[in-house]
Design a protein around this ligand. Structure first.
Ligand code: ADP
Ligand code: MG
Length: 308
């Protein structure tokens, strides 16, 4: 179990993590979903003892990151968002070194490394020094470290960034397998489909805060019965959102650029009415789009931000 208790992390003038409290259960895959700069990596690095929390506490299997960082390090394996490698080492040497320092038994090290490299199709590439590797291959090697280590708590920070589709599917399967064997997984991502496909529960992170936590279905369910109308106008009309919100079935209205976004029930029935109101206020409607809620809409609703 991982327990975050009112965790804050401040860098000079920036509160990157602002009072996050949350519990992750054993063998859960927990997705941290948020746009660039939300604070996901900072939270992960703080849990992994790379950073020291400005205040608050994190317990990993009951061990405090503040007072028992050594114990916590033994339990955790982290695949970093931007791995920095010694350029002289080969990819295989990186994995050998990682296996050694994380205490993988000598007798099984080489076999595990071979197995993981074979799965990734990197047996040959792994003989190259890391400066020769592409971004995607480096990312695979960074993930491979954790699949070789098989830690109690596995942390993946944007594990499929730069990966092609087959490689993403493979990494997802390997993370599932790791969990099935007993690991607890914390996965940071800015990709909706990844959060949706992988997570037992998702924590939506925005501006350093965890604004919603729940299963992907439960999160989508919070917008159940709601439709979205996007109406692009020639130019925004500032009083229009307030005007729209007077209608009972319209839960939210705001502009994103020239587009008026409405969250509502019965979108199909209300559409003509909504267009009439806009037109009466002098709007020149250029296009209208009616759609069902998705996890992305849930995200936008709770954060007001677009994913990068
Ligand atoms: N080492 C650091 N020093 C100063 N500011 C940082 C540092 N790391 C992250 N930040 C800032 O903290 C905020 C959160 O960043 P980060 O945790 O990397 O977000 P995410 O991983 O969600 O993209 C950003 O505003 C970022 O610029
Ligand atoms: Mg990050």
């Amino acid at each position: 179990m991982i327990e975050f208790k009112d965790v804050w992390k401040r860098f000079k003038g920036t509160d990157a993590v602002r009072g996050i409290t949350c519990t992750i259960e054993d063998q859960e895959i927990f997705g941290l979903l948020g746009p660039n700069g939300a604070g996901k990596s900072t939270l992960i690095m703080t849990m992994s003892t790379v950073y020291r929390a400005t205040s608050g506490e994190i317990l990993v299997d009951g061990h405090s990151v503040n007072t028992e960082p050594g114990k916590v390090k033994e339990l955790i394996g982290i695949s970093f968002q931007d791995p920095k490698y010694d350029r002289i080492l080969t990819a295989r040497e990186i994995l050998q070194w990682h296996a050694k320092v994380t205490g993988v038994e000598k007798g099984v090290r080489e076999k595990r490394i071979d197995d993981v490299l074979t799965k990734f199709g990197l047996t040959f590439e792994a003989r190259k020094r890391t400066w020769m590797l592409s971004g995607g291959t480096k990312k695979k090697i960074e993930n491979a470290k954790i699949f070789v280590q098989r830690p109690k708590v596995a942390v993946f920070d944007e594990p499929t960034a730069y990966l092609d589709v087959p490689s993403r599917l493979l990494v997802w399967d390997m993370i599932d397998e790791l969990r099935d064997e007993g690991s607890t997984v914390l996965l940071a991502t800015n990709m909706m489909d990844e959060a949706d496909r992988m997570s037992d529960r998702v924590g939506i992170v925005s501006k350093g805060e965890m604004v919603q936590v729940g299963t992907p279905d439960a999160l989508k369910g919070t917008l159940k019965g709601r439709d979205i109308i996007e109406m692009t106008l020639e130019k925004p009309i500032p009083e229009l959102p307030a005007e729209m919100k007077k209608i009972e079935d319209i839960q939210d209205a705001h502009f994103e650029g020239d587009t008026l976004v409405l969250l509502l029930s019965n979108g199909r029935e209300l559409l003509p009415h909504v267009i009439n109101i806009a037109t009466a206020k002098g709007a020149k409607v250029q296009s209208v789009n009616l759609k069902q809620p998705s996890l992305e809409d849930v995200f936008l609703h709770y954060t007001g931000m677009k994913l990068a």
